[in-house]
Write a new protein. Sequence first.
Length: 301
Amino acid sequence: MERQHPPRDTKVIAVGNQKGGVGKTTNACHISAALGELGRLCLIWDLDVNCGATRHFGIPPETYWGTFELLTGEDDLDSIIITDRLRDVDLPKNVHLIPAGRNLEGLDGALGPDHKFFPAGVLLDPIKELRGHYDYIFLDTAPSVLTTTLGAYMAADYFILSTTPQRFSIAGLEDAARDIQAAIRLGNAKLRVLGVVVSDVDTRTRLARLHIDLIEDLFRRGPGQRSAMFETIISRSTVIGEAQRQGKTIFQTDPTHKVTEQYRKLASELEQRLAAFAAMPLESPEVQPSVDQREGARVHG
């Protein structure tokens, strides 16, 4: 890839939860669309064998070469990144995509000898090559501990935890937070938890409010400190599912909808947090992941 002049200050953000169906891909795609609307150039990298981000944009898996071919050395970045120049793909403004296919199931067996001793480092070289070309790279991870998931933990600068106000989704957050702590201990000392996004929320129900309160407490940095949960909450709406059926985001199908505005606010909050984190030392408790084990017991109880 040709180096940008001047190079962009790339932020690599993994998005995940150790449970599926919690809005992870939806949030990655819509946050990217919101930032793209602001003029930021974003790349979504689909690392999930279920190909969530790829399908979200209406691209059938295996239509294009992508993550598997890149990581196994069969193709390079210039060839696999999908942009708005393709006539049969309708990506949001300023959003590019590295697609995924079902062949990711065989990634471990296909990796070359360079990765046998450190499979979690599988994304390090491609991310290094991508830095400077994008303002944001969003790593859309699988809801299980696969090689690509571990690779995202080791290559990311920041991590966004995605959840819905449901008990099992919150339990998955705890598992992901522990994996983040392990990644920090095992080599990615720069990794910071950017925040927790709560989506698919029906604010009319008491149970949803109780679960939101639990998430807020579960990820509170310490007594009297703010929670890692983003203040902006994404409401439940049928417009998201309808946009997905069209292979689009709601920025393309319903640009003035309430939920679209919520994603705009979330993107603004994300950039505010990044600016604040940039001024903090890495050892600050404000930038380290934390899970209150007493609160965690309530999740499983």
